[in-house]
Ligand binder design. Structure first.
Ligand code: SIN
Ligand code: FE
Length: 294
């Protein structure tokens, strides 16, 4: 469920036992937890602990490290440049850490970096975009085609509070296979024509595969099922200020109930690069449906 690592340094080398344990636990669907790995803000960055930094529309502020473009923020001019620099410092550090911890994942791709400065608890969302409900991640506009994995690294950068507050509180659900077994029979069939059109129109970056459609449907179906939300097996996990965690969010059912000020780096990885590719959601779904989905 949650596997703790006593690492306090952002740079390796990490010993072979630690690396093996990390990759195996991740692929088995654990959340890797780093209680002593703190991402510290500089004095000049403390002002970024402010929910008003979002533009009020997007859930998160996000940075594309390839273009340096920042989105979803109300910050402008010099402030926006400094905010982007803080997010980039985190993203580069997270990438060094994760590639050092998981050297077997040679083709790991660094994707977007995000900053989440708004308190999750009490915020208003539509059901489908409400991450306080258990779900697996699937991005509507970014197809994973042949089952590319979504691996995410988080840091809680909220100030340490004397009363033990500032924790990011998650629920983690049952393993992927029993979850998929419940929902797959209810899903509607995939229409390749729609995926082709979305690709052509630029609604999606590339074409959605049957796997992408199925993951989006699973994401939505889980969130829309109040009985599943309330009664399925789940356990509470807390990440205090000054900690980090790493998880395959396309496989691990998760919900974020409360917390403010988190940074997040997304990575993608081809299924073939995994130590045990058979554990990838695409392989599990293919086994359950008897169809090729990529
Ligand atoms: C999510 O991926 O559902 C959000 C997690 C978080 O912001 O803590
Ligand atoms: Fe999520």
């Amino acid at each position: 469920m949650r596997e703790t690592f006593d690492i306090a340094s952002w740079t390796g080398p990490f010993d072979a036992d630690t690396r093996t344990r990390a990759q195996t636990a991740l692929e088995n669907g654990s959340v890797l937890y780093f209680p002593n790995l703190a991402f510290r803000l500089g004095n000049s960055e403390m002002g970024f602990l402010d929910a008003r930094l979002t533009d009020g529309k997007a859930k998160n502020i996000s940075l594309d490290h390839t273009s340096g473009k920042i989105q979803g923020t109300s910050a402008v001019g010099e402030d926006a440049v400094r905010l982007a620099a803080m997010i980039e410092r985190f993203g580069a550090g997270a990438t060094e850490f994760v590639t050092g911890l998981l050297p077997g994942y040679a083709g790991l791709e660094r994707a977007r970096t995000s900053y989440r400065p708004v308190e999750v608890e009490g915020r208003a969302y539509s059901v489908i975009s409400d991450d306080r409900l258990l779900h697996v991640d699937a991005f509507p506009s970014r197809p994973m085609q042949a089952g590319r994995r979504i691996l995410r690294f988080f840091a809680n950068v909220a100030p340490v509070k004397a009363n033990g507050g500032g924790k990011r509180r998650w629920h983690v659900g049952e393993p992927f296979e029993p979850f998929a077994r419940k929902f797959v029979p209810r899903l509607r069939p995939h229409f390749p024509g729609k995926s082709w059109l979305y690709g052509k129109l630029g609604v999606t970056r590339g074409q959605r595969s049957a796997y992408d459609e199925m993951m989006l449907s699973l994401h939505d179906a889980a969130k829309l099922d109040a009985d599943y939300q309330n009664n399925s097996p789940q356990s509470a996990v807390e990440f205090p200020p000054g900690s980090c965690w790493l998880v395959y969010t396309d496989m691990v059912l998760h919900a974020v109930l409360a917390g403010e000020f988190a940074l997040e780096q997304t990575f993608h990885l081809d299924v073939a690069q995994m130590g045990e590719p058979g554990r990838a959601p695409i392989r599990v779904l293919e086994k359950l449906t008897g169809k090729m989905l990529g």
